[in-house]
Design a protein around this ligand. Structure first.
Ligand code: NAG
Ligand code: NAG
Ligand code: NAG
Ligand code: NAG
Ligand code: NAG
Ligand code: NAG
Ligand code: NAG
Ligand code: NAG
Ligand code: NAG
Ligand code: NAG
Ligand code: NAG
Ligand code: NAG
Length: 852
């Protein structure tokens, strides 16, 4: 291949004869065709990076489309030529829809030795490598490859570009600067002013050579996987305006002293690092500081009064540290403040003592501290406030009955305080209010038929002592998406529900709502995905109106007075994860058609009037991801559902390591985040437990208190990921299957009050997770297995059997015989298993256990 020099000479030679290149402003033939060849390498499609262009207000379009043969390339979009020499000196193809790779042999590297500025940011280079040939641009002062889908190792040759003043490799997911890449880079780029390596994986300690880069004005090393101690000196680089090192979780350091008062720092981002210690008094010398983000670090101590001297401050966030004491009243001097975040610390005192009353303020996050006293008086200057979060403090007393202003307040979070009294009418009259949360306080009284603006979208009043008829006019709010009223004493009916065309989550649990569910339930709003009516006085039948298109993920009707059949149209709820109909008066055959629901994880029919046999499934994989099946306390008859034991895939061979530990429920939302955790009442290990959060690895089957008969099929041993199995209080016969020993995750097993015969299989000693075992009230005989978990069970696991023996049965009985003798007796009866249970109505061992 021809070298640059040769080309360049060739070019000069040609120039000598061609007038065109003497003519200023016309680019050379070579550069022109080189550019056109470069253009050939790409296709032009909008990529996700282009959305960011829009976000930053940069017009994004295929600039190269204006590149046409026969025209002067200096006039093309994105090209900058030197006025005198006509050499291309700048190439700006940012936000130009480029899709493709830049080959190392690309013409771009060989015809532009004078290039000074190259910007390829916000394109899509398909996760290709950055070519080492970039080092050909020896005069480059500005290189910008931000957010253009480069990946792999940054070639060491980038550090040859020693004239660079600005280098931006940020936001290329998967880009690495491997040792000693970072070191070489900072050693050689001695002129650099702007260095942005955000999200480049550097994975090393911070090079001390950075201290030599005295021209730096902007340094962004956030999310670079840096570790070790961050050198203090970097804060003191004489021209540094912006320093951002957030997201380096293992980076340690302290907030440095700023002894002289001339630091030019305007923008300092330390959040999400391991920085610790106290904020020094000398922070007051950072007179230029406009934005300080130091959230989610390990800072502690009290806030120095001098912070109030930083009157340029616009954003101040020290959230989620371990600061203590009172916030200095000097904060109210910060007359330009827009964003104040002090939440998630241990601050105390009164909010009014430091609350700035300035017109600029938009966001106030004060939640999760120990602030006391009443709801603060909000100054008349807070006219622009958009968000106010005072949640999770110790605020007492009632809300003020009047409030002035707050015309722009969208979000008001007051949850988890000690606020009492009633909800004053001004709350729902705030003209811009979108989110209101006052859950877990001590509110009383009832809500009048409030008038609210149409913005209101999220309302959480749960866990208070509110009572009375809940004004159902709330359902007429066109934007209402989330309504949570659980654990109050509200009454009323859902007659207006079907007006709520934006409703997504409705949680009314633990109240006294009554009446029937309106007929429209399943078809008035396709976004509706959580209906939680647990523990109310609802009655009537469930409308059979679930439309083909619906989003229901949770339907929880537990503990009401619902009756009638399970609506067949529920089979349209393809997204349904949790269906809890427990503790009602439903009367139906087993709704076997639910086994078609491929998302269903929890099915609870407990304590109703379900009846009849469970038909054998015709599907290959019925209930493919069901993890909790509770049919207990009904009138089911016939054999156990063998086909389910054989095919409930989510209870078999679950590789727990591959499971993220998470709770059943959902988080999401745009703008304001929301969450809903499914809450279930489940009998675990013999006790009824209200699970406020259900881990997605929880698996159990409860078929107790029915009239199932026949044997427990061996095939049950396939459910080897199940944690709880309760078949008690049925009419099961035959032996305890040895395959139960396969259920090694089992934590509780209840087979009590059946008609099981024979011995307890020795193999059950394999059940090393078993914490609760109940085999009482059967017709079991013989020696109780010993060892492992069996050494932990007490008598009540076994009482009421025909002829069981061995510890623990002997251990607590007041029989004078020695254990040795008693063992012999047991073993004798054990030998004779065949007919023993028929015979042994009053046998020795039976007697023994009966005495206990
Ligand atoms: C080059 O010319 C353009 C307009 O013709 C002018 O705006 C620019 O300042 C000139 N640049 C130099 C370095 O002379
Ligand atoms: C560069 O190399 C690629 C593949 O290695 C080849 O397809 C392409 O034609 C080459 N381009 C030039 C300009 O030589
Ligand atoms: C620094 O750049 C020069 C060329 O400008 C190069 O020769 C040298 O190897 C580079 N040093 C490092 C450490 O990258
Ligand atoms: C790189 O280019 C992008 C897109 O034009 C721009 O947002 C960013 O500020 C540039 N980086 C530098 C360091 O100028
Ligand atoms: C960063 O690089 C290091 C070393 O190459 C590697 O161990 C680590 O997993 C990488 N981090 C990420 C987030 O890719
Ligand atoms: C800083 O630069 C000086 C001279 O240019 C050099 O001697 C020294 O080693 C450099 N320091 C670091 C930490 O690279
Ligand atoms: C803060 O300002 C006060 C008075 O305005 C002054 O006395 C004090 O020295 C200043 N503190 C710092 C650290 O700048
Ligand atoms: C926060 O500070 C308190 C006392 O100042 C201390 O007891 C506690 O352990 C600290 N918590 C953390 C997470 O560092
Ligand atoms: C409102 O702000 C102005 C200037 O921003 C200030 O002069 C005035 O004292 C403030 N009003 C109150 C009541 O604090
Ligand atoms: C509210 O609580 C305060 C104490 O914090 C108490 O003095 C007051 O009587 C309570 N008011 C109501 C209405 O319960
Ligand atoms: C299950 O769904 C399939 C198709 O989605 C349908 O053909 C079949 O009848 C359904 N089975 C039951 C039991 O509803
Ligand atoms: C129980 O486990 C054994 C050994 O892993 C296996 O051979 C047997 O088929 C399993 N039984 C059942 C019913 O799955």
């Amino acid at each position: 291949m021809v070298s640059n020099n040769q080309l360049f000479h060739l070019f000069l030679f040609l120039c000598f004869f061609q007038i065109s290149c003497l003519h200023a402003q016309l680019c050379t033939q070579e550069q022109s065709s080189a550019l056109l060849q470069f253009k050939q390498q790409f296709s032009f499609n909008k990529s996700p990076a282009d959305d960011f262009c829009d976000y930053y207000g940069i017009h994004s379009y295929p600039k190269m489309e204006s590149w046409k043969e026969g025209s002067d390339c200096c006039s093309w979009d994105g090209i900058e030529c030197d006025n005198r020499t006509s050499q291309v000196i700048g190439l700006d193809l940012s936000c130009s829809w480029l899709n493709g790779n830049i080959h190392p042999n690309s013409t771009i590297f060989y015809y532009f030795p004078h290039l000074q500025r190259l910007n390829l940011a916000f394109n899509d280079f398909g996760m290709s490598r950055i070519s080492s040939e970039f080092s050909q641009f020896t005069r480059l002062t500005h290189l910008n490859l931000s957010r253009s889908s480069f990946s792999g190792k940054v070639p060491i040759q980038v550090s040859f570009l020693s004239k660079l003043v600005s280098l931006d490799l940020s936001y290329n997911y998967g880009l690495r600067l491997e040792d000693p890449g970072f070191e070489l880079l900072v050693e050689n780029l001695t002129k650099i002013r702007e260095l942005n390596l955000r999200e480049v994986n550097i994975s090393s300690v911070v090079s001390n050579s950075l201290l030599n880069l005295t021209s730096l004005t902007h340094l962004d090393l956030s999310w670079c996987e840096l570790f070790g101690k961050f050198p203090d000196g970097i804060f003191h680089l004489p021209h540094l305006n912006e320093l951002s090192i957030w997201g380096n979780l293992a980076l340690t350091g302290y907030f440095p002293e700023f002894i002289n008062s001339s630091s030019p720092l305007q923008y300092l981002v330390l959040s999400n690092t391991n920085f610790s210690g106290e904020l020094p008094d000398s922070i007051g010398n950072l007179k230029s500081l406009k934005k300080l983000y130091a959230a989610r670090c390990k800072f502690y101590g009290s806030i120095p009064t001098s912070l109030g001297n930083l009157t340029e401050m616009i954003d101040l966030s020290i959230r989620y540290n371990n600061f203590t004491g009172m916030l200095p009243s000097s904060l109210s001097n910060l007359g330009n403040l827009v964003w104040l975040g002090v939440g998630g610390n241990n601050f105390e005192g009164k909010i009014a003592d430091f609350l700035p009353n300035v017109k600029s303020l938009l966001y106030l996050y004060i939640g999760s501290n120990n602030f006391g006293g009443p709801f603060p008086t909000l100054g008349a200057n807070l006219t622009k406030l958009v968000e106010l979060d005072l949640s999770n403090n110790q605020l007492t007393g009632p809300l003020p009955s009047q409030i002035i202003g707050l015309p722009n307040l969208m979000s008001l979070s007051l949850g988890d305080n000690l606020i009492n009294g009633t909800i004053p009418p001004w709350v729902f009259s705030l003209p811009a209010l979108y989110y209101f949360n006052i859950s877990s306080n001590k509110l009383t009284g009832h809500l009048k038929d409030f008038k609210s603006t149409d913005h209101l979208s999220v309302v959480d009043l749960s866990n208070n002592n509110l009572h009375g008829r809940f004004p159902s006019s709330i359902f007429k709010l066109v934007k209402l998406a989330i309504l949570i009223l659980s654990s109050n004493n509200f009454s009323g009916e859902l007659d207006m529900l079907c007006h709520a065309i934006s409703l997504q989550i409705l949680v009314l649990s633990n109240n006294r709502f009554n009446g029937a569910i309106p007929q429209c339930l399943g078809n008035f709003n396709i976004y509706f995905f959580v209906l939680d009516l647990r523990k109310n006085n609802f009655s009537g039948t469930i409308p059979d109106t679930f439309a083909e298109e619906n989003s229901f993920k949770t339907i929880n009707l537990d503990s009401n007075g619902f009756e009638g059949p399970v609506p067949k149209s529920l089979e349209n709820c393809k997204m349904l994860q949790v269906l809890d109909l427990g503790h009602n008066k439903f009367s139906d055959k087993f709704p076997y058609w639910l086994e078609n629901l491929t998302s269903l994880q929890v099915l609870i029919l407990r304590s109703n009037k379900f009846h009849g046999p469970i038909p054998n499934s015709k599907l290959k994989f019925p209930f493919p991801i069901l993890r909790v099946m509770d049919l207990s306390n009904n009138y089911f008859t016939g054999p156990l559902p063998r086909k389910y034991f054989e095919n409930l895939n989510a209870m078999m061979n679950v590789d727990e390591a591959s499971f993220e530990l998470k709770y059943l429920g959902m988080t999401g939302g745009s703008g304001l985040a929301y969450y809903y955790n499914d809450c279930l009442t489940i009998v675990i290990k013999g006790s009824t437990i209200e699970m406020l959060k259900v881990l997605t690895i929880f698996t159990a089957i409860d078929l107790s208190k029915n009239n199932f008969e026949g044997q427990i099929p061996q095939i049950i041993g396939k459910l080897n990921s199940i944690r709880g199995l309760n078949l008690s209080h049925n009419s099961l016969t035959g032996h305890i299957p040895t395959s139960l020993a396969n259920l090694t995750m089992l934590e509780w097993l209840d087979l009590s009050s059946n008609k099981l015969i024979g011995k307890i299989p020795q193999q059950l000693r394999n059940l090393i997770s078993l914490e609760v075992l109940n085999l009482s009230q059967n017709q079991l005989i013989g020696r109780i297995p010993q060892g492992n978990q069996f050494d932990t069970f007490l008598n009540d696991s076994y009482i009421g059997n025909l002829a069981l023996c061995g510890p623990p049965l002997s251990s607590t009985r007041s029989d004078p015989r020695t254990p040795q003798q008693e063992d012999n007796t047991c073993c004798l009866s054990g030998f004779n298993i065949a007919g023993l249970w028929m015979w042994a109505g009053m046998g020795t061992c039976y007697g023994i256990s009966y005495v206990l």
